[in-house]
Write a protein that binds this ligand. Structure first.
Ligand code: ATP
Ligand code: MG
Length: 207
């Protein structure tokens, strides 16, 4: 047995979860030799306090459905059960408390989200807490972005991986449902069926 557990954490709104998230989690799992990936839907995402978000229970259940068949993925209720606005740093500290010093934490994120994280004024708080794995799309000019953000990037431990399904987004899926366009093949079929069953995303949103 290995002395440490390598835990991947993928935070997000998951409104809804899609193949972009799942492909990224799987790629991180394999490339970084993780023991498992915890998918962690946000309660009230700090970056989305001004926009409408689907009730947490729906978002949670969709992540459970999407990950059920994968023994290396699990879903945590930690953030949706914690009252108030969700902050990633609180989650990582809580995971550290739960899993103890023998767990190594890897926070998996899309490159779009990572730029926001490194710009936060307290980004140094992540140092020593978790390694970041940021997904970029093939053809993305990573070097240029790294140069622009070089100062901020030096404050955290971060690695980049290329993921082919990066063009999929929850925003596009919600818009498609509202416009009665297809969403099949962008996410697991059972998630699309869940959306249909509960009539989610039928009304167009402001965001
Ligand atoms: P929205 O369009 O509502 O912002 P989203 O598709 O970006 O939704 P989030 O729940 O905001 O999904 O994202 C959760 C995490 O997954 C973030 O770190 C985000 O950067 C990342 N992510 C989102 N879409 C993809 C994708 N297609 N490939 C890889 N990572 C993604
Ligand atoms: Mg997003």
């Amino acid at each position: 047995m290995r002395a440490t557990t390598r835990l991947g954490i993928m935070g997000g709104t998951f409104d809804p979860i899609h193949f972009g998230h799942l492909v990224t989690a799987e790629e991180a799992l394999v490339q970084f030799n993780l023991d498992r990936v915890i998918v962690m839907p946000a309660g009230r995402p700090a970056r989305k306090t001004d926009v409408e978000v689907t009730p947490a229970e729906h978002r949670y259940l969709m992540t459970v459905i999407a990950t059920a068949a994968n023994p290396d993925f699990e879903v945590s209720r930690m953030e949706i059960d914690r009252p108030g606005v969700t902050y990633t740093v609180d989650t990582l500290n809580a995971l550290r408390d739960v899993h103890g010093p023998h767990a190594e934490l890897f926070f998996i994120t899309g490159a779009d989200a990572v730029w926001e994280i490194v710009m936060w004024k307290d980004a140094e708080r992540f140092r020593g807490l978790a390694t970041f794995i940021a997904a970029t799309r093939p053809g993305y000019d990573l070097e240029a972005a790294q140069q622009v953000h070089s100062e901020e990037l030096s404050r955290i431990d971060i690695h980049f991986i290329e993921v082919p399904a990066l063009a999929i987004s929850s925003t596009d899926i919600r818009r498609r449902v509202a416009e009665r366009r297809p969403i099949r093949y962008l996410m697991p079929e059972a998630v699309a069926a869940y959306i249909q069953k509960y009539g989610l995303y039928r009304e167009a949103r402001q965001s």
